[in-house]
Design a protein around this ligand. Structure first.
Ligand SMILES: N[C@@H](CCC(=O)N[C@@H](CS)C(=O)NCC(=O)O)C(=O)O
Length: 147
């Protein structure tokens, strides 16, 4: 059991699927929105980035918690030959991660994980009570900017 309350898999192979339970879902349910309108999808979900990247790992954690099947396509932004040319079409600032859901492209970790939470069925990763949600976002911001 990991600190996240489930057996986290950080397998770098493509098509990672897991069937793990959402941590603390029952305890947090009163604070969380029932999103019965979330999307079920047959469209491919692709994450572009390096397995070592903390930002890529954040997105993978969200995908794992939501039980979303995805492909991880390795992109080396620190390659000696430079950022792969096609990556600029995914991310204008040539960073990782970049993300695609079918024909919908997205970059920036915060935007990606919030989209994953909003678009896919499964446990809700964000609280809905405004003050609690703001505090969580504050912690996320602190971790990103100062940690
Ligand atoms: N604000 C971006 C930051 C992403 C980021 O800085 N990723 C690093 C890898 S962990 C990167 O691509 N660095 C390449 C570079 O600095 O040129 C996000 O949240 O997605």
């Amino acid at each position: 059991m990991s600190q996240f309350g489930h057996e986290a898999t950080f397998d770098t192979s493509a098509n990672v699927v897991n069937n793990h339970r959402c941590a603390d879902a029952e305890r947090l349910r009163p604070l969380m929105r029932d999103w019965s309108d979330a999307v079920t999808t047959t469209e491919a979900v692709t994450l572009y980035g390096a397995a070592w990247s903390v930002y890529v790992r954040i997105v993978r954690l969200a995908l794992e918690e939501k039980h979303v099947k995805y492909d991880l396509v390795e992109v080396d932004v620190f390659s000696k030959t430079g950022v792969p040319e096609d990556h600029f079409t995914r991310h204008p600032f040539s960073r990782v991660p970049a993300f695609e859901h079918g024909s919908f492209p997205l970059y920036d970790t915060n935007a990606i994980v919030r989209y994953i939470d909003d678009a896919f069925l499964g446990c809700k990763l964000q609280l809905t009570e405004p003050k609690a949600r703001a505090k969580v976002n504050q912690i996320v911001g602190i971790m990103d900017a100062y940690a």
